[in-house]
Ligand binder design. Structure first.
Ligand SMILES: C[S@@+](CC[C@H](N)C(=O)[O-])C[C@H]1O[C@@H](n2cnc3c(N)ncnc32)[C@H](O)[C@@H]1O
Length: 286
């Protein structure tokens, strides 16, 4: 369970520049990051108290969304901006519910590719499969037309499209709404789509944005308001409770106990909306 199979595209890992996925790892309390990433996480911690619990709230929301989608009968997943492996990963969760699930995990970061290679254990079983693709989600055709997607997913059947904690790293000039619309267009009716996205709707987070976007930050970080985030769901039917905070979204869902995290999990139960400062939603393609 959790073994990943990937097609490795060599890429240069620049340890002198912070990177969003590694900063996230540092915020969570993991060890898969460099000093530059830890420095950004520390700067964020100074201006946004409880930043570690906040990062865990985002992670736990991803876990509940994966659980929800798999229990809704989704057996194919396209996880865009999957991030470095932290157990339990999305593919571990969904394959614990649906062993025949097929997951394509996409990330633009070469270090995520290397980590996935470390988890590689071919040959694949006849049933479930997890495939990694190093690609930029802003180029939907390079993802959707890739052999990894074409040979793993049947796009005529419903797919779980996951944009969890990633669209905030795509500024407007890169047209993230158009990219999301292209993925929605490509998948079958009945597909589910999720977005988890930070916002300044509850609290002024300009200092966090500065920490991310400063010269030694890992930016760009683009916070979005409720209306901009809802626009990602254009043409889709939002599932109850609609757009909620990440800590609040379906907090009743119990995530299967799979994988052994080597990062100490932090209690998120006392977080306020201001500390959480993230929205989450899932919607269905009619
Ligand atoms: C904060 S992590 C989120 C990991 C996971 N989805 C989660 O919710 O726990 C964001 C990931 O998105 C990736 N990412 C950022 N921009 C991307 C892009 N344009 N295409 C693909 N991946 C991207 C980063 O490399 C990073 O690993």
């Amino acid at each position: 369970m959790g073994a990943k199979y990937k097609t490795f595209t060599p890429g240069h890992i620049d340890a002198s520049q912070p990177h969003p996925g590694r900063v996230y790892n540092a915020l969570l309390g993991g060890k898969d990051h460099y000093e530059v990433d830890a420095a950004v996480a520390a700067a964020i911690g100074k201006v946004h108290p409880n930043s570690r619990a906040t990062a865990w709230a985002a992670r736990h929301c991803m876990e509940r969304i994966a659980t929800f989608m798999a229990r809704e009968g989704i057996t194919q997943f396209l996880d865009l901006g999957c991030g470095s492996s932290i157990e339990p990963d999305l593919d571990q969760i969904v394959r614990s519910i649906a062993p025949d699930a097929r997951v394509v995990s996409v990330d633009s970061d070469p270090i995520v590719a290397r980590r996935s290679e470390a988890f590689m254990s071919p040959p694949q079983s006849a049933e479930g499969r997890s495939v990694f693709l190093q690609a930029d989600l802003c180029d939907p055709s390079s993802v959707l037309d890739s052999p990894e997607v074409r040979n793993t997913l049947d796009l005529t059947q419903p797919v779980g499209l996951c944009f969890n904690n990633v669209l905030c790293f795509i500024d407007d000039a890169r047209r993230p709404h158009d990219a999301v619309a292209a993925y929605v267009e490509a998948v079958a009716p009945g597909s589910l789509m999720s977005v988890i996205h930070p916002t300044a709707d509850f609290k002024d987070l300009s200092e966090v944005v500065v920490a991310y976007n400063s010269e030694d930050g890992s930016g760009p970080l683009r916070l979005r308001g409720r209306a901009e985030i809802l626009r990602f769901f254009t043409g889709l039917d939002l599932i109850e409770p609609g757009l909620d905070t990440s800590r609040g979204w379906r907090s009743d869902i119990a995530v299967p106990q799979v994988g052994v995290s080597n990062i100490a999990v932090v209690d998120t139960s006392t977080l306020t909306d201001e500390e959480d400062s993230k929205y989450a939603a899932v919607a269905r393609k009619p």
